[in-house]
Design a protein around this ligand. Structure first.
Ligand SMILES: *Cc1c(COP(=O)(O)O)cnc(C)c1O
Length: 418
C-alpha cells in the first residue's frame, strides 16, 4: 500500500498533498460530527484493492459477467455476517450508499404515490424520509410526524393518530438528529394496526445495534432495517437493507436491476471485514463506551449551563440549543469551535424559528472520539473547551490557547489507519 502512495506522490503531487493534508486534519482535531467515524485500517486496505476492478452485476451464483469466484465468496461472507450480526433473515449489501438503500426499499415495496409515515426533517428525520426537496419526497406521499413541543421527544399517541388518519403503507422510524432511543414496540403496534410495513432506518446507530449497546428492531418483529455502514459501524461508505425472508426477493430486485448496476465490490469486501470486527469483544466494548461518553458529555455540558434538546441523550448524540445556551446561532457556534479544531455541525432544532443555514443549534456525537480511545475524563475536558469557546466567541487569545491545548491533547490519541 505504501508503494502505491509513493507512486501517487510522484505522479500526482496535487492529489497526494490534499490526501496528506486531510490525514493531518483528521489527526489534529476532535471529530464530534455524530455521523462520522474513523474506519479500520483493514477497511482502507480493502477499499484500495483490486476488487474495484471487477463488474459483478447480479448476486452470488447469478451474475451477468464471468470471473466471479472471489467476488461471490466476498459477497456471501458479507451477507452471512450481516445476518449474524443483526439477527435477521436476509441481507442485501449492495446499496452504494445510505440514500440509495432507502430508495430501494420504497421503490421495491411500494407503488409511486403510496403513503409513507416518517419523521419530519426539521425534527430529526433524514432527507430520504420525504423531505420535499428530495426526489422520493415528490414521488411518494410522505406524511411527517413531529416531536412533542413539551419535551422534544416522539409523541407515540400522535404518531398513532397520524397513522390511523393517513393509512400509510409503510411506517418508518429512525433519525439523523434525535437524541433519544426509539420505542420499537409502539412503532410495530402502530404499523400492525394499519397493516403497514414496519421499517427502521438505523443509519446513525447501526454500529450500536451491532455492538449490542442499543436495541435491535428485529427483536420487536420489524420487517425492514436499513443502515449505512460508515457511521457508528465504522466501515466503508455504503448501505445495507436487512429484512425478513418474505421481502427478500422484492428488495434484491429493487436494488439490482431496479436501482443500480454493478455493485462496488471493494466496498462489499470492506463491509465483510467490518462485520467480522463488529462481532468482536472489542467492538462490543466500543459500542458501550460510545454511549457512556455521550451521557458524560451531555451531563457535563448541562452542568455548565448548556440547554440540550430533550434535556439529555440516550444514544450517541446530543443537540445543543446554542441560542438558548450562549446567545449564538448554530453557524457561529460551529465556526467558533472550528477555530479550535473541534468539529461539530450546525443543526435545526424542533420548531426552529431560524433558517437551516443559520439554525439555532449544533449536533455533537461521540462515535469518532470514542474510536480514538477517548473516555469519560476526556469528555469532561471537551465540555470545558466547548463551553469556554461558546461563551467567549470573540476572545481570540482564549481561542488560540484552547487550539494549542486541543492539538496537544489530540497527540495522545491515535487515529486508526493513519
Ligand atoms: C446518513 C443517513 C442516511 C443516508 O446516508 P448517505 O450515505 O449519506 O446517503 C439515511 N438515513 C439516515 C437516517 C441517515 O442518518
Amino acid at each position: 500500500m505504501t508503494a502505491n502512495l509513493d507512486l501517487l506522490e510522484k505522479n500526482d503531487p496535487s492529489v497526494f498533498a490534499a490526501l496528506r493534508g486531510e490525514e493531518a486534519r483528521q489527526r489534529a482535531g476532535i471529530e464530534l460530527i455524530p455521523s462520522e467515524n474513523y474506519t479500520f485500517p483493514e477497511v482502507l486496505a480493502a477499499l484500495g484493492s483490486v476488487f474495484t476492478n471487477k463488474y459483478s452485476e447480479g448476486y452470488p451464483g447469478r451474475r451477468y459477467y464471468g470471473g466471479q469466484e472471489y467476488t461471490d465468496e466476498i459477497e456471501n461472507l458479507a451477507r452471512d455476517r450481516a445476518k449474524a450480526v443483526f439477527r435477521c433473515e436476509h441481507a442485501n449489501v449492495q446499496p452504494l450508499s445510505g440514500s440509495a438503500m432507502n430508495q430501494a426499499v420504497y421503490l421495491g415495496l411500494l407503488e409511486p404515490g403510496d403513503t409513507i409515515l416518517a419523521m419530519d426533517l426539521s425534527h430529526g428525520g433524514h432527507l430520504t424520509h420525504g423531505a420535499p426537496v428530495s426526489h422520493m419526497g415528490k414521488m411518494f406521499n410522505f406524511v411527517r410526524y413531529v416531536t412533542d413541543p413539551s419535551d422534544g421527544s416522539i409523541n407515540y399517541d400522535q404518531v398513532r393518530k397520524d397513522a390511523l388518519e393517513h393509512k400509510p403503507k409503510l411506517v418508518l422510524c429512525g433519525y439523523t438528529s434525535y437524541p433519544r432511543d426509539i420505542d420499537y414496540e409502539k412503532f410495530k403496534d402502530i404499523a400492525d394496526e394499519v397493516g403497514a410495513v414496519s421499517m427502521t432506518d438505523a443509519s446513525h446507530f447501526g454500529g450500536l445495534v451491532a455492538g449490542g449497546s442499543m436495541k435491535n428492531p428485529f427483536d420487536f418483529g420489524f420487517d425492514v432495517v436499513t443502515t449505512t455502514t460508515h457511521k457508528s459501524l465504522r466501515g466503508p461508505r455504503g448501505g445495507m437493507v436487512l429484512c425478513k425472508k418474505s421481502l427478500a426477493s422484492k428488495i434484491d430486485k429493487s436494488v439490482f436491476p431496479g436501482l443500480q448496476g454493478g455493485p462496488h465490490m471493494n466496498a462489499i469486501a470492506a463491509i465483510a471485514i467490518t462485520l467480522q470486527k463488529a462481532q468482536s469483544a472489542e467492538f462490543k466494548q466500543y459500542a458501550k463506551q460510545v454511549l457512556i461518553n455521550s451521557k458524560v458529555l451531555a451531563d457535563a455540558l448541562m452542568d455548565r449551563q448548556a440547554t440540550l434538546v430533550t434535556g439529555g441523550t440516550e444514544n450517541h448524540m446530543m443537540v445543543v440549543d446554542t441560542v438558548a445556551s450562549f446567545g449564538l446561532d448554530g453557524r457561529v457556534a460551529e465556526e467558533t469551535l472550528d477555530k479550535v479544531q473541534i468539529t461539530t455541525n450546525k443543526q435545526i432544532i424542533p420548531d426552529d424559528p431560524n433558517p437551516p443555514l443559520r439554525p439555532s443549534g449544533i449536533r455533537i456525537g461521540t462515535p469518532a472520539a470514542t474510536t480514538r480511545g477517548m473516555v469519560e475524563e476526556d469528555m469532561l475536558q471537551l465540555a470545558d473547551w466547548i463551553v469556554t469557546c461558546l461563551q467567549n466567541p470573540e476572545d481570540d487569545a482564549a481561542l488560540s490557547n484552547i487550539r494549542s491545548d486541543v492539538e496537544a491533547f489530540c497527540g495522545r490519541f491515535q487515529v486508526p489507519g493513519i
